[in-house]
Design a protein around this ligand. Structure first.
Ligand SMILES: Nc1ncnc2c1ncn2[C@@H]1O[C@H](COP(=O)(O)OP(=O)(O)O)[C@@H](O)[C@H]1O
Ligand SMILES: N[C@@H](CCOP(=O)(O)O)C(=O)O
Length: 286
């Protein structure tokens, strides 16, 4: 069987560890078949037990007493880009094993299995990439225990800039403060609520994505020219922000400004991807 496992953009500015958006591309291609034990082949230069796909497969095989799997992963985006590269492989593996062995797990259960990969990759069980990778669309982690995810279908043009540096999510989490000022927390609460409304009814209010006080002030400095580019583009986009922990930047261009936004991002960062909202992991071949 063959699956498309999409990249995702977490946080969307003010929704740290809560908001996530599935992208139509880039994506991993995951091929799976029955085998003895666990065999992971990937184009990453890491031993198989360090591959997020391994920990997800191991737990599912133990829990359901399965024979085993051979999984081949072709990466669509390099790890440490801020586009949920590890989540794409984790989510793709969970969905692929579910389909191969006809386990009939719910999406919430699949997100729980996939989150084991995120724990390995970033040292923290954050669900904001694996949730949209499995559900598609825009997702909200409403509660972690028990896990409750809200999915909203959205339709938006997206431009991603991929600066040519790597930011390790684990390290980008470690540089964040352990305590915040109440006014900063209140700022994000109000604006995150408005972003949900924006996705449902009023795109103009996506502008609140751009006012994050919890992560961007600390992480923006790690991305060359980030604040300058954000300032140049702020009136040509509904919103622009760091994607996940960066360095990728996600922009939602206004309808008549897409080319201009693309050109500015190209000029600063070279590598630009135009895409739209994705549907989550999809089976390409049975
Ligand atoms: N299948 C995989 N795909 C991507 N990264 C993986 C995979 N397996 C293990 N990793 C590890 O996960 C880490 C990348 O995760 P992270 O820094 O969160 O980047 P990203 O935001 O791209 O997921 C790297 O240390 C990488 O080696
Ligand atoms: N909420 C997480 C999201 C990390 O996303 P990634 O794509 O950079 O792995 C965080 O901001 O740490």
């Amino acid at each position: 069987m063959k699956f498309k496992a999409p990249c995702t953009s977490a946080n969307l500015g003010v929704g740290f560890d809560v908001f996530g958006l599935c992208l139509n591309e880039p994506y991993d291609i995951i091929e799976i078949k029955e085998d003895e034990g666990i065999i992971i082949e990937s184009d990453l230069n890491i031993e198989q037990k360090k591959n997020v796909a391994y920990v997800v497969a191991k737990k599912m095989i133990e829990d359901f007493k399965l024979k085993g799997v051979r999984i081949k992963i072709k990466k669509g985006v390099k790890p440490g880009s801020g586009l949920g590269s590890s989540a794409a492989s984790s989510a793709g593996t969970a969905v692929a094993i579910n389909e191969l062995y006809n386990l009939k797990l719910s999406k919430l259960e699949l997100v729980e299995y996939a989150s084991l990969g995120e724990e390995l990759a970033s040292g923290d069980k954050h669900y904001d990439n694996v949730a949209p990778a499995i559900f598609g669309g825009f997702t909200i982690i409403a509660n972690k225990k028990p896990l409750d995810i809200i999915k909203i279908d959205v339709d938006l043009n997206i431009i991603i800039a991929l600066p040519d540096i790597t930011i390790n999510t684990k390290k980008a989490r470690e540089i964040l403060p352990k305590c915040y000022k109440l006014e900063d927390v209140v700022n994000n609460l109000g604006k995150a609520s408005a972003v949900v409304y924006a996705f449902l009814k009023d795109k103009e209010r996506l502008k609140y994505i751009m006012d994050d006080k919890l992560a961007e002030p600390y992480r923006g400095k790690l991305i060359p020219n980030y604040f300058e580019v954000k300032n140049i583009l702020k009136d040509k986009v509904y919103a622009i922000s760091i994607s996940g922990s960066g360095p990728a930047i996600i922009a939602f261009p206004k309808e008549d400004c897409a080319n201009e936004v693309k050109e500015v991002l190209k000029e600063y960062y070279g590598n630009v991807i135009e895409t739209c909202v994705g549907k989550g992991v999809e089976c390409l071949k049975n």
